[in-house]
Design a protein around this ligand. Structure first.
Ligand code: C5P
Length: 230
Protein backbone atom coordinates (compact mmCIF):
# COMPACT_ATOMS: atom_id res chain seq x y z
CA UNK A 1 0.00 0.00 0.00
CA UNK A 2 1.16 3.53 -0.80
CA UNK A 3 3.02 5.18 2.09
CA UNK A 4 1.57 8.48 3.22
CA UNK A 5 2.40 11.78 4.93
CA UNK A 6 -0.40 14.00 6.18
CA UNK A 7 -0.01 17.80 6.20
CA UNK A 8 -2.45 19.76 8.34
CA UNK A 9 -2.44 23.52 7.79
CA UNK A 10 -3.52 25.06 11.11
CA UNK A 11 -1.75 28.43 10.99
CA UNK A 12 -4.67 30.65 10.01
CA UNK A 13 -5.39 33.66 12.19
CA UNK A 14 -9.10 32.86 12.44
CA UNK A 15 -10.15 36.46 11.86
CA UNK A 16 -13.48 35.41 10.30
CA UNK A 17 -14.30 33.45 13.44
CA UNK A 18 -13.76 36.56 15.60
CA UNK A 19 -12.05 34.57 18.39
CA UNK A 20 -8.72 35.08 20.15
CA UNK A 21 -7.64 31.47 19.75
CA UNK A 22 -7.12 30.22 16.17
CA UNK A 23 -9.91 27.89 14.99
CA UNK A 24 -8.06 24.55 15.19
CA UNK A 25 -7.39 25.16 18.88
CA UNK A 26 -10.97 25.98 19.82
CA UNK A 27 -12.66 23.32 21.92
CA UNK A 28 -15.93 21.75 20.80
CA UNK A 29 -17.69 19.64 23.42
CA UNK A 30 -14.43 19.05 25.30
CA UNK A 31 -12.10 18.30 22.38
CA UNK A 32 -10.07 20.68 20.21
CA UNK A 33 -10.98 20.82 16.54
CA UNK A 34 -7.41 19.78 15.66
CA UNK A 35 -7.66 16.67 17.84
CA UNK A 36 -10.96 15.66 16.23
CA UNK A 37 -9.53 16.17 12.76
CA UNK A 38 -6.33 14.20 13.41
CA UNK A 39 -8.26 11.33 15.00
CA UNK A 40 -10.13 10.61 11.76
CA UNK A 41 -6.88 9.90 9.90
CA UNK A 42 -5.18 7.63 12.41
CA UNK A 43 -6.61 4.32 11.12
CA UNK A 44 -5.40 5.14 7.58
CA UNK A 45 -3.18 2.36 6.22
CA UNK A 46 0.57 3.06 5.79
CA UNK A 47 0.38 6.53 7.35
CA UNK A 48 3.99 7.33 8.31
CA UNK A 49 4.03 10.99 9.26
CA UNK A 50 1.87 13.93 10.34
CA UNK A 51 3.05 17.53 9.99
CA UNK A 52 0.97 20.33 11.49
CA UNK A 53 1.68 23.93 10.45
CA UNK A 54 0.87 26.45 13.18
CA UNK A 55 1.86 29.90 14.34
CA UNK A 56 4.89 29.85 16.67
CA UNK A 57 2.68 30.48 19.66
CA UNK A 58 0.64 27.31 19.10
CA UNK A 59 3.40 24.91 18.02
CA UNK A 60 3.73 23.45 21.54
CA UNK A 61 -0.05 22.99 21.70
CA UNK A 62 0.00 21.15 18.37
CA UNK A 63 2.80 18.87 19.65
CA UNK A 64 0.80 18.04 22.77
CA UNK A 65 -2.25 17.15 20.69
CA UNK A 66 -0.18 14.93 18.39
CA UNK A 67 1.39 13.24 21.39
CA UNK A 68 -2.11 12.32 22.59
CA UNK A 69 -3.51 11.18 19.23
CA UNK A 70 -0.71 9.68 17.11
CA UNK A 71 0.18 6.00 17.52
CA UNK A 72 3.84 5.11 18.10
CA UNK A 73 4.52 4.21 14.46
CA UNK A 74 3.40 7.61 13.11
CA UNK A 75 5.94 10.46 13.41
CA UNK A 76 4.57 13.86 14.38
CA UNK A 77 6.09 17.26 13.77
CA UNK A 78 4.98 20.89 14.11
CA UNK A 79 6.30 23.49 11.64
CA UNK A 80 5.79 27.23 11.62
CA UNK A 81 3.21 28.38 9.10
CA UNK A 82 3.45 31.32 6.70
CA UNK A 83 1.40 34.40 5.86
CA UNK A 84 -0.69 32.47 3.30
CA UNK A 85 -2.03 28.93 3.54
CA UNK A 86 0.21 28.01 0.60
CA UNK A 87 3.30 29.15 2.52
CA UNK A 88 2.27 27.04 5.50
CA UNK A 89 2.00 23.98 3.29
CA UNK A 90 5.30 24.70 1.54
CA UNK A 91 7.05 24.76 4.93
CA UNK A 92 5.45 21.43 5.84
CA UNK A 93 6.15 19.85 2.45
CA UNK A 94 9.88 20.50 2.94
CA UNK A 95 9.74 18.28 6.01
CA UNK A 96 7.96 15.29 4.44
CA UNK A 97 9.76 11.97 4.48
CA UNK A 98 10.23 9.70 1.46
CA UNK A 99 6.55 8.69 0.98
CA UNK A 100 4.40 7.88 -2.06
CA UNK A 101 1.45 10.14 -1.30
CA UNK A 102 1.07 13.48 0.49
CA UNK A 103 -2.37 14.31 1.88
CA UNK A 104 -3.23 17.91 2.68
CA UNK A 105 -6.22 18.42 4.95
CA UNK A 106 -7.51 21.61 6.59
CA UNK A 107 -7.33 21.44 10.38
CA UNK A 108 -10.81 22.95 10.48
CA UNK A 109 -12.60 20.09 8.69
CA UNK A 110 -13.09 17.63 11.55
CA UNK A 111 -16.09 15.80 10.04
CA UNK A 112 -14.39 14.22 7.05
CA UNK A 113 -15.10 10.49 6.78
CA UNK A 114 -12.30 7.93 6.67
CA UNK A 115 -13.99 6.11 3.76
CA UNK A 116 -13.86 9.30 1.70
CA UNK A 117 -10.20 9.86 2.60
CA UNK A 118 -9.42 6.32 1.47
CA UNK A 119 -11.34 6.79 -1.80
CA UNK A 120 -9.37 9.97 -2.45
CA UNK A 121 -6.05 8.17 -1.82
CA UNK A 122 -7.03 5.40 -4.24
CA UNK A 123 -7.88 7.97 -6.93
CA UNK A 124 -4.59 9.83 -6.36
CA UNK A 125 -2.64 6.59 -6.66
CA UNK A 126 -4.11 6.21 -10.17
CA UNK A 127 -4.11 9.80 -11.51
CA UNK A 128 -1.40 11.44 -9.37
CA UNK A 129 -3.80 14.00 -7.85
CA UNK A 130 -7.29 13.86 -6.34
CA UNK A 131 -9.46 15.89 -4.01
CA UNK A 132 -12.78 15.55 -2.27
CA UNK A 133 -15.56 17.77 -3.57
CA UNK A 134 -19.31 18.17 -3.65
CA UNK A 135 -21.60 19.32 -6.47
CA UNK A 136 -22.49 23.01 -6.16
CA UNK A 137 -25.89 23.43 -4.53
CA UNK A 138 -26.32 27.07 -5.53
CA UNK A 139 -26.00 28.57 -8.97
CA UNK A 140 -22.57 30.19 -9.16
CA UNK A 141 -21.79 33.62 -10.65
CA UNK A 142 -18.43 34.87 -11.80
CA UNK A 143 -18.33 38.60 -11.11
CA UNK A 144 -15.92 41.45 -11.73
CA UNK A 145 -14.52 43.93 -9.19
CA UNK A 146 -17.78 45.89 -9.26
CA UNK A 147 -19.83 42.73 -8.64
CA UNK A 148 -21.25 42.79 -12.14
CA UNK A 149 -21.94 39.23 -13.34
CA UNK A 150 -19.59 38.18 -16.11
CA UNK A 151 -20.61 34.54 -16.42
CA UNK A 152 -23.06 31.97 -15.07
CA UNK A 153 -21.30 28.62 -15.49
CA UNK A 154 -23.53 25.57 -15.94
CA UNK A 155 -24.26 24.45 -12.40
CA UNK A 156 -23.81 20.76 -13.18
CA UNK A 157 -20.17 21.46 -14.07
CA UNK A 158 -19.45 23.31 -10.81
CA UNK A 159 -18.07 21.51 -7.76
CA UNK A 160 -16.95 22.88 -4.42
CA UNK A 161 -13.43 21.81 -3.56
CA UNK A 162 -12.83 20.34 -0.11
CA UNK A 163 -9.90 18.58 1.48
CA UNK A 164 -8.18 16.18 1.74
CA UNK A 165 -6.35 16.83 -1.47
CA UNK A 166 -3.98 13.96 -2.18
CA UNK A 167 -0.96 13.95 -4.48
CA UNK A 168 1.96 11.83 -5.53
CA UNK A 169 4.72 13.51 -3.55
CA UNK A 170 6.93 14.14 -6.60
CA UNK A 171 4.06 15.89 -8.39
CA UNK A 172 3.20 18.16 -5.46
CA UNK A 173 6.85 19.14 -4.96
CA UNK A 174 7.10 20.05 -8.65
CA UNK A 175 3.84 22.05 -8.46
CA UNK A 176 5.12 24.04 -5.47
CA UNK A 177 8.45 24.72 -7.18
CA UNK A 178 6.66 26.01 -10.27
CA UNK A 179 4.27 28.17 -8.23
CA UNK A 180 7.23 29.75 -6.40
CA UNK A 181 9.03 30.45 -9.70
CA UNK A 182 5.88 32.04 -11.17
CA UNK A 183 4.82 33.75 -7.92
CA UNK A 184 1.43 32.05 -8.27
CA UNK A 185 -0.83 31.88 -5.22
CA UNK A 186 -3.88 29.66 -5.15
CA UNK A 187 -6.51 29.01 -2.49
CA UNK A 188 -5.97 25.26 -2.68
CA UNK A 189 -3.18 22.84 -3.61
CA UNK A 190 -4.89 21.21 -6.56
CA UNK A 191 -4.82 24.53 -8.44
CA UNK A 192 -1.02 24.42 -8.35
CA UNK A 193 -1.03 20.96 -9.94
CA UNK A 194 -3.68 21.94 -12.53
CA UNK A 195 -1.29 24.64 -13.78
CA UNK A 196 1.16 21.91 -14.75
CA UNK A 197 -1.47 20.48 -17.11
CA UNK A 198 -1.83 17.34 -14.99
CA UNK A 199 -5.16 15.56 -14.48
CA UNK A 200 -6.73 16.18 -11.07
CA UNK A 201 -9.68 13.97 -10.15
CA UNK A 202 -12.59 15.10 -7.98
CA UNK A 203 -13.95 12.35 -5.72
CA UNK A 204 -17.46 12.96 -4.37
CA UNK A 205 -17.49 13.51 -0.61
CA UNK A 206 -20.32 14.89 1.49
CA UNK A 207 -21.61 18.13 2.99
CA UNK A 208 -20.66 17.22 6.55
CA UNK A 209 -17.03 17.84 5.59
CA UNK A 210 -17.52 21.57 5.97
CA UNK A 211 -14.76 24.04 6.73
CA UNK A 212 -15.47 25.62 10.11
CA UNK A 213 -15.01 29.25 9.14
CA UNK A 214 -17.70 31.48 10.64
CA UNK A 215 -19.24 31.58 14.15
CA UNK A 216 -22.41 29.90 12.78
CA UNK A 217 -20.27 26.93 11.65
CA UNK A 218 -19.31 26.27 15.28
CA UNK A 219 -22.97 25.99 16.25
CA UNK A 220 -23.54 23.63 13.32
CA UNK A 221 -20.52 21.61 14.44
CA UNK A 222 -21.94 21.20 17.95
CA UNK A 223 -25.24 20.06 16.43
CA UNK A 224 -23.37 17.46 14.37
CA UNK A 225 -21.44 16.21 17.38
CA UNK A 226 -24.55 16.02 19.59
CA UNK A 227 -27.03 14.60 17.12
CA UNK A 228 -25.57 13.07 14.04
CA UNK A 229 -22.05 11.86 14.47
CA UNK A 230 -22.53 9.47 17.36
O1 C5P B 1 -8.00 30.53 5.36
P1 C5P B 1 -8.60 29.21 5.01
O2 C5P B 1 -10.03 29.15 5.43
O3 C5P B 1 -8.41 28.79 3.59
O4 C5P B 1 -7.85 28.17 5.94
C1 C5P B 1 -7.91 26.78 5.73
C2 C5P B 1 -6.89 26.12 6.63
O5 C5P B 1 -5.58 26.63 6.34
C3 C5P B 1 -7.14 26.38 8.12
O6 C5P B 1 -6.99 25.14 8.81
C4 C5P B 1 -6.07 27.39 8.50
O7 C5P B 1 -5.63 27.26 9.84
C5 C5P B 1 -4.95 27.04 7.51
N1 C5P B 1 -4.06 28.20 7.22
C6 C5P B 1 -2.68 28.08 7.41
N2 C5P B 1 -1.85 29.16 7.17
C7 C5P B 1 -2.35 30.33 6.76
C8 C5P B 1 -3.75 30.47 6.52
C9 C5P B 1 -4.59 29.38 6.76
O8 C5P B 1 -2.19 27.01 7.81
N3 C5P B 1 -1.53 31.35 6.56
Amino acid sequence: MATKALIIPAAGSGSRMRKEVPKPFLTLRGQTILERTLSVFMPLGSLRQVIVATSGEFAAGARDIMEAVLPDDVAGEAVIGGAERQHSIRNALERTADVDLVLVHDAVRPFVKLAHVEACCRAASETGAALLGIPAKDTMKRVDDRHIVRETPRRSSMWQAQTPQVFRKSLLVKAYERAAQDRFTGTDDASLVERLGEAVKVVEGDRMNMKLTYPLDLQMAELIIDNIQN
